[in-house]
Design a protein around this ligand. Structure first.
Ligand code: TXA
Ligand code: MG
Length: 329
């Protein structure tokens, strides 16, 4: 509500200086100590930067929602160092074990039944009896999880509704003064968030992401349907306008019209302000996506985007672009 709201004033008085840590031994032990102390630390993963909090500390998890300005019905992903740690948090069936063995560590999140003895804050799961779990591969994320020695709740480290950060500097731009620290591990190699697979009943794709759906289907030897967002009561609504630049975004553009900047893909695109991948490589395009959307957003003119093939990482790219283009209210 208004600026006179005492809770807001209180939050403002808690503004702190966000420190940038190096991804070395000292940086990781400082980050781990801050997390033990209940502070928030952003860290790189192979997908995007995560905003980490001790998943067992209610207060720290609550601060994640506050720092992001995120609707609190949206549960967070729990990050652990390895499959053994994951088994202490959720119940794994045969298909979960198969996927974990094939793709962890890596850009895949599994939604599984939460074990009662997992002891994660109910804020992490938004009160659901399921939990989203991921074992990231990035050496800095691995180093931090090992140093910390427990589960870290970590959504993408951006203010709610904004583009996910793929550089430490993006995190600082969005959350400076709201979080304790960010570990600077450079650019995130995958560049889009993890693929989320729901395994509460039959396997479903909840969010296309950095692991191609084709790989998941091949591993399980069956089709994995996309469960339309918000269709099931347990699938937390992802806001339509998510990953949103502040300028209008037009999809499947053949060329830019007057005043637009063209975000191209592939070799046939002329006059692109930026090209996600001149060679037409979807992996390269995913890695560049959020970085380039930010760059064009900063220039302030509407963005026209070329057609991206809807296969492999193209599914995740098109999903994010659709949200970027959704009407903002
Ligand atoms: O790549 C990623 O997944 C990044 C990095 C930091 O790991 N994290 C990320 O987190 O994208 P976040 O919080 O921005 O997205 C988490 C998604 C949300 O859409 C949330 O609704 C869904 O996971 N989710 C979390 N717990 C869930 C649950 N129990 N059931 C269904 N969906 C869940
Ligand atoms: Mg996010």
């Amino acid at each position: 509500m208004g600026g006179s709201n005492p809770i807001k004033l209180d939050a403002a008085s808690q503004m702190q200086e966000t420190i940038v840590l190096l991804p070395d031994k000292t940086g990781l032990s400082t980050a781990s100590a801050m997390l033990q102390d209940g502070q928030l630390v952003a860290f790189p993963t192979e997908t995007v930067y995560g905003l980490g909090a001790n998943a067992r500390n209610d207060r720290a998890v609550a601060q994640v929602f506050e720092a992001k300005g995120r609707p609190s019905f949206n549960p967070l992903i729990v990050h652990v160092a390895d499959v053994a740690a994951a088994h202490k948090i959720a119940q794994f069936g045969a298909e979960a074990d198969r996927l974990a063995a094939a793709f962890w560590p890596g850009p895949m999140t599994l939604v599984l039944p939460l074990l009662p003895q997992a002891m994660v804050s109910p804020l992490v799961t938004a009160g659901l009896e399921s939990v989203a779990l991921r074992v990231p591969e990035h050496p800095v994320a691995q180093g931090l999880l090992t140093a910390f020695g427990g589960p870290l709740a970590a959504p993408s480290a951006n203010p709610s509704g904004r583009i996910s950060p793929t550089r430490a500097q993006h995190v600082v731009q969005g959350l400076d003064g709201q979080i304790g620290a960010v570990i600077d591990g450079g650019a995130c190699p995958v560049g889009v968030e993890s693929t989320i697979i729901g395994l509460l009943h039959e396997p479903v794709l909840l969010r296309p992401g950095g692991l191609p759906l084709e790989a998941v289907e091949e591993c399980l030897d069956r089709g994995v349907p996309y469960e339309a967002l918000g269709a099931a009561p347990n699938a937390p609504g992802q806001l339509a306008s998510h990953y949103a630049p502040s300028v209008p975004v037009r999809l499947n553009a053949h060329e830019a019209v007057e005043g637009e900047a063209l975000l191209g893909f592939g070799p046939d695109i002329r006059a692109a302000a930026l090209n996600l991948s001149p060679s037409g490589d979807l992996v390269e395009a995913a890695a560049n996506l959020f970085h380039f959307l930010r760059k064009l957003d900063d220039e302030g003119c509407p963005i026209a985007v070329s057609t991206i093939p809807n296969k492999g990482l193209g599914r995740a790219i098109n999903d994010r672009l659709k949200r970027a283009a959704a009407p903002k209210d």
